[in-house]
Write a protein that binds this ligand. Structure first.
Ligand code: ZN
Length: 342
């Protein structure tokens, strides 16, 4: 029976338009050191970010910051974020702002998973060296519950409005809330998330994909051609007679490059084995028993073991069955050797 979750539509509607938290002042003014690191990391060679003459020639009064750095100016670093989270968890910092309340209501509705879906920035004017940024965040919109591909969820859009004052004004010791009233809007950012119930998304029925193809080379083509012809071939040195597998261009015993192949009878025993559970590749069924088979001819081969994974053990006798998986690929699968059990 599905779990019943409460519906917090009314409480969520009241949060729309509310500030997400306090107005924040950027820790530093727009400065050339951060710009230099940014353009270096981005590989952006536009000279207007670092060269005053180039900026003026392009019509700006001074060098400008890359527009996409908008949010970077108000970020206080990972340490700050971690400390804040720890303080909230310890109850030494309030966590009753509108954003925290919204997230708690989503969680209570069973929407504990989150994914960011959109981030749209718009720019009112370029940022110049010495601009000090302020950000005012609010909850702009919360959607009705919707069935999405990821799950049953709600979208929430946060609006961040960025303002600038001169560094001089910012240093006067006025509160950030007061500063905003005399600041100039320089850009906005809308950040949208989806909070959804895990495990309620579309369960697409996907046909089992074909088994991965082997990489065919000049050296191993004979082996896979043989399987398509229903033969289990073993490479054979025509100079010293040594058998080898997997296929190689030269003989490991005498270094000869001359070879042909012999046919294996497909009989042998399990030299080693593993039952694979993870990671699961869609083309295979799990648990997946895989054997290293010591063929009676003397070489070893890695191949699938058929039947109950629990029934397999090292030393057991096996027989190969060559099976065509499709027009391109045939492979050997090993069964318990019934003759041995008699
Ligand atoms: Zn040889």
């Amino acid at each position: 029976m599905p779990t019943e979750f409460p519906d917090h539509s009314d409480a969520l509607a009241k949060l729309v338009g509310e500030p997400s938290g306090p107005v924040e002042l950027s820790p530093e003014a727009v400065n050339s050191a951060m710009i230099r690191h940014w353009v270096e990391a981005m590989g952006d060679r536009n000279p207007v970010y670092l060269d005053r003459e180039a900026a003026r020639a392009a019509g700006y009064r001074d060098v400008i910051a890359p527009q996409t750095m908008l949010q970077a100016w108000i970020m206080k670093g990972l340490r700050h974020t971690l400390d804040l989270e720890a303080a909230r968890a310890a109850g030494t910092v309030a966590s009753n702002d509108a954003n925290s309340t919204m997230m708690a209501l989503f969680d209570d509705e069973g929407r504990t998973s989150v994914v960011a879906t959109n981030c749209d920035q718009s720019y009112v004017r370029p940022l110049y060296l010495g601009d000090r940024l302020l950000v005012r965040s609010s909850i702009e919109a919360i959607s009705d519950p919707k069935q999405t591909g990821l799950g049953h969820g709600r979208f929430a859009t946060s609006l961040m409005e960025f303002f600038a004052v001169s560094n001089e004004v910012a240093e006067r010791g006025v509160s950030a809330e007061e500063l905003v009233s005399q600041a100039e809007l320089v850009g906005t950012m809308r950040f949208r998330i989806l909070k959804f119930r895990p495990g309620t998304g579309a369960t697409a029925v996907v046909a089992k994909p074909p088994r991965p193809r082997p990489a065919i080379t000049e050296d191993n083509a004979f082996y896979f051609e043989g399987l398509r012809a229903g033969e289990l071939r073993i490479q054979h040195c025509t100079d010293c007679g040594t058998l080898r597998h997997p296929p190689l261009p030269g003989c490991g015993s005498c270094t000869s490059l001359n070879w042909d192949y012999v046919l294996s009878a497909g009989k042998g025993e399990i030299y080693s084995m593993v039952v694979n559970h993870y990671p699961q590749v869609p083309a295979f069924d799990y648990p997946l028993p895989i054997g290293l088979i010591q063929l009676d001819e003397g070489t070893r081969i890695v191949a699938n073991l058929e039947g109950d994974p629990e029934s397999w053990a090292i030393g057991q006798r096996v027989t190969a069955e060559i099976r065509a998986l499709d027009d391109e690929l045939s492979l050997p699968f090993f069964h318990h050797d019934d003759m041995q059990e008699d």
